[in-house]
Design a protein around this ligand. Structure first.
Ligand code: ZN
Length: 266
């Protein structure tokens, strides 16, 4: 499995909130011989496809704008890089599945999932599926519409389900119930036969994070193992989103790399 991490030196060097985990990421990637891919792309075209002109004007002076803009570049670059790799890992910051066309929500200035789907369509990928596991339901499916299968297992409040969206609220599930719901969701994903899978991986589902959900490293192990086996022979882009803890972030990245290598060696 050819793996790369989309890595922005500008984000590492300039933005305090994310720089520590990016320093760790640089180290983890180099110790596993994973190449870093810089986000050397233009993105205004994609921002304008997904967001209104008014929204772009409004957010331009916000303190997180530069972070979010750089994060969009990373996500769009992932849409390019996937032609040369099987697994592309993208840490995001200031972008996320919560942003609406005309509104930013929480720490999401731009809807990175919707932007990535747009980029993948442009790059000629026809069958794209998104799996969204976060402590909160997002708005990406509402923006993307019928263009892709969208599978969501998240906390609350529930997505407004329509078209190609399948949503399963998971706030009160036990770990076992969550894994079972995740595996059922992968079956739906498999039967859709996507060329490219986008996994919006919110680390705020971890029990150490702030969202009151209950997953742990063993759950992530199982989920990542199952998803990578399903994605084997296809293409997978992972957007690492939400959460605040560097240790949880490191655990997830290592799990993806080690599991991919293990599957490869079998
Ligand atoms: Zn949902």
């Amino acid at each position: 499995m050819r793996i790369t991490v989309i890595f922005s030196p500008a984000l590492k060097n300039s933005i305090l909130a994310t720089s520590k985990r990016l320093m760790n990421l640089e180290h983890i990637a180099s110790s596993h011989n994973i190449p870093l891919t810089p986000p050397d792309v233009e993105v205004d075209e994609y921002l304008m496809k997904i967001h209104s002109k008014e929204h772009l004007e409004r957010v331009r002076n916000l303190p997180f704008f530069n972070t979010a803009y750089e994060s969009v570049k990373c996500v769009v670059k992932a849409g390019d890089a996937i032609k040369d790799f099987d697994l592309v890992i993208v840490p995001t910051s200031g972008t996320g599945h919560s942003a609406e066309k005309d509104k930013f929500r929480g720490y999401s200035l731009f809807n990175d999932v919707a932007i990535l789907v747009e980029k993948l369509k442009d790059a000629g990928h026809k069958r794209i599926a998104v799996i969204d596991t976060d402590a909160h339901h997002g708005n990406s499916a509402a923006i993307i519409g019928e263009k892709t299968l969208y599978l969501c297992i998240a906390g609350e409040p529930e997505c407004f389900e329509e078209g190609m969206l399948v949503c399963k609220p998971a706030r009160d599930m036990t770990r076992e119930e969550y894994i079972s719901a995740f595996n059922k969701t992968l079956e739906i994903l498999d039967s859709y036969a996507p060329e490219v899978i986008v996994w919006y991986f919110g680390q705020d589902t971890h029990f150490l994070e702030y969202s009151g959900m209950n997953l742990n490293g063993e759950c992530y192990d199982e989920m990542i193992n199952a998803a990578l086996r399903l994605a084997n022979g296809r293409k997978l882009i992972v957007l690492l989103a939400s959460g605040s803890r560097e240790d949880v972030f490191d655990e997830i990245v290592k799990c993806f790399i080690i599991t991919a290598r293990k599957i490869e060696s079998e």
